[in-house]
Design a protein around this ligand. Structure first.
Ligand SMILES: [Zn+2]
Length: 283
């Protein structure tokens, strides 16, 4: 699809499952299970949404999905969609990983950065995008290396250390224009230096929320994941972003939305934010 002068593709790097209760934090199950029905183990199926932006000059990838470096037990727990990775998804679009210029990782949890690296034929872990510069917040990089967080298996050195070793890493600090029209916004809450990505061309705006708003079912204030380090910050920033999105007619892409690729924010009769689907050509 076109966003001003840019070409945008929003697609899945593979589905997986997480505990429904953890995804909705303090929200009681009778409320969230109507939004996304759980399986017999209380897991809900989620997507890993990635965005490819062609600016004319550059190819920029936002997020890389879970990757394919898990052991058998982890595959059982997370139910990763067989055979679907960032590479296979790009392959279906005729995009060679070696053609990627920039890869933005909004944070380094495995369901966002897992596809950033892969095993080569010899079993060595190498960057999936050999020519790309990978862009990460410096604070997030430090937190990942120190495994700063409540979940001890979500930062996995194999997903990010090979990027630095290969000399493909660019650390940035704070809000930043990555290139004309692509702005990185630090939206703290999920992690200390979590980013959202704003794409703007000729007055049209798309915001990749990442885990600030993981699905369209997380628009209300208290609908915050139990995984978030600072839920109150997530809530405040989310409502602020939603107000801007509604006023500006932005389209939103959520990190893990299982049913839609993109939506627009509207205010309901009761004054609450709601989402309307924006159909895209491809999925
Ligand atoms: Zn996530």
């Amino acid at each position: 699809m076109k966003v001003g002068d840019f070409e945008l593709d929003v697609f899945s790097a593979g589905r997986y499952r997480l505990d429904g209760g953890a995804m909705f934090g303090i929200i009681p199950k009778p409320l969230w299970e109507r939004l996304i029905p759980p399986d017999e183990k209380n897991r809900i199926e989620l997507d890993t949404c990635c965005v490819l932006v062609r600016t004319g000059g550059q190819q920029v990838l936002i997020e890389t999905g879970c990757g394919d470096k898990f052991n058998e037990k982890e595959r059982e727990i997370y139910q990763f969609e067989p055979g679907v990775t960032i590479e296979s998804a790009l392959g279906r679009r005729g995009v060679d990983p070696a053609s990627m210029d920039l890869v933005v990782l909004t944070h380094l949890h495995f369901d966002h950065a897992g596809g950033a690296t892969k095993r080569d034929a010899s079993g060595r872990v190498i960057p999936t995008f050999p020519r790309a510069t990978y862009v990460v917040q410096g604070g997030e990089w430090e937190d990942a290396r120190n495994n700063f967080g409540v979940m001890k298996t979500t930062y996995r050195p194999e997903n990010f250390e090979p990027i630095r070793e290969a000399g493909r890493l660019r650390l940035v600090e704070g809000d930043l224009d990555l290139c004309p029209g692509i702005r990185l916004l630090v939206t703290r809450g999920h992690t200390r230096h979590h980013m959202s990505v704003q794409i703007e061309s000729r007055g049209e705006t798309v915001l990749f929320t990442s885990d600030l708003i993981p699905t369209r079912s997380h628009l209300r204030g208290p609908y915050v994941m139990a995984y978030d380090l600072y839920p109150q910050e997530t809530m405040t920033r989310k409502l602020d972003i939603l107000a801007q999105a509604e006023a500006g007619g932005w389209r939103l892409v959520w990190s893990h939305e299982p049913f839609w690729r993109m939506g627009r924010v509207v205010k309901s009769d009761r004054g609450e934010f709601a989402a309307q689907e924006v159909k895209m050509m491809s999925g």
